[in-house]
Design a protein around this ligand. Structure first.
Ligand SMILES: [Zn+2]
Length: 259
């Protein structure tokens, strides 16, 4: 599913719409809050933000939240900033569209300035979303916020990384990736991490997330989908990677260097 990395790539692509006025909106009523199609036309896009996996389109009227669910993807003026997500269907049907937004000078016969396509329809489009339940954004994590997030939490560190109320924007692939880099086993209780391990985890997040961002998304790490499906070998020590269920999700990790 799309992670904070993909949301950040889409946020950056949508940035070009700042300063445009929304002229037309079509929304799938099963995915979009009431009012998305009626309240937005005439609004000036003032800013594109992101918190965790949610992209926020601020206007001089309401703010629109794009929530991508399992399979949501964005096109900007007919171009997909992320061409093919590993977890998404290879097909792209108009009937899977959940939101189409046109701005000034783009006629409705042209591709929309923003198109949200979501085959499984688990994403949504919200008006003025309440995001107070989300934790610190993954791109803003530092040692003190990691300490606050992990202290007195006995859940596995992998589950904590996926808990959006603790740290917002890390998905399954990135969680495995940063744990691999920091040498921490996914099932370790979060509150058992030493000061040094927490620091290593923060360093892994701060270093690896921008690298995966430049490469084009969360599938572009050391534990790529090919490596994950073949379960190894570990690129660091050659050990056979293990696949375990941690908190109901598949964790791919190295028993040799992750403890
Ligand atoms: Zn290893």
């Amino acid at each position: 599913m799309p992670e904070g990395l993909e949301a950040e790539i889409w946020r950056r692509s949508l940035d070009r719409l700042v300063g445009s006025t929304i002229t037309d909106v079509w929304a799938d009523g099963r995915s979009a809050d009431p009012g998305v199609s009626s309240m937005l036309p005439g609004s000036l896009i003032t800013r594109i933000d992101r918190l965790g996996k949610v992209v926020l389109i601020a206007t001089d009227g309401p703010t629109v939240g794009l929530h991508f669910g399992m399979t949501g993807r964005v096109e900007v003026h007919g171009v997909a900033p992320i061409e093919q997500l590993e977890y998404a269907s290879g097909r792209d049907l108009a009937e899977w569209d959940r939101l189409r937004v046109w701005v000034d000078d783009v006629s409705t016969s042209e591709p929309p300035a923003l198109r949200l396509n979501d085959p499984r329809r688990l994403g949504k489009v919200s008006i003025d979303p309440d995001l107070t339940h989300l934790g610190v954004d993954v791109f803003a994590i530092d040692r003190s916020s990691m300490e606050r997030a992990t202290q007195s939490r006995r859940s596995p560190i992998k589950s904590l990384l996926l808990d959006q109320s603790a740290i917002a924007g890390i998905g399954n692939l990135c969680a495995d990736e940063v744990l691999w880099w920091s040498g921490i086993a996914p099932q370790r209780p979060a509150n058992s991490l030493t000061h040094t391990e927490r620091a290593a985890l923060v360093t892994a997040i701060r270093r690896r997330m921008p690298i995966m961002l430049r490469r084009g998304g969360s599938t572009m790490g050391m534990l790529s989908p090919d490596v994950r499906s073949a379960a190894g070998p570990c690129q660091r020590d050659g050990a056979a990677l293990e696949r375990s269920k941690v908190g109901g999700r598949t964790a791919v990790w190295c028993p040799d260097h992750q403890h």
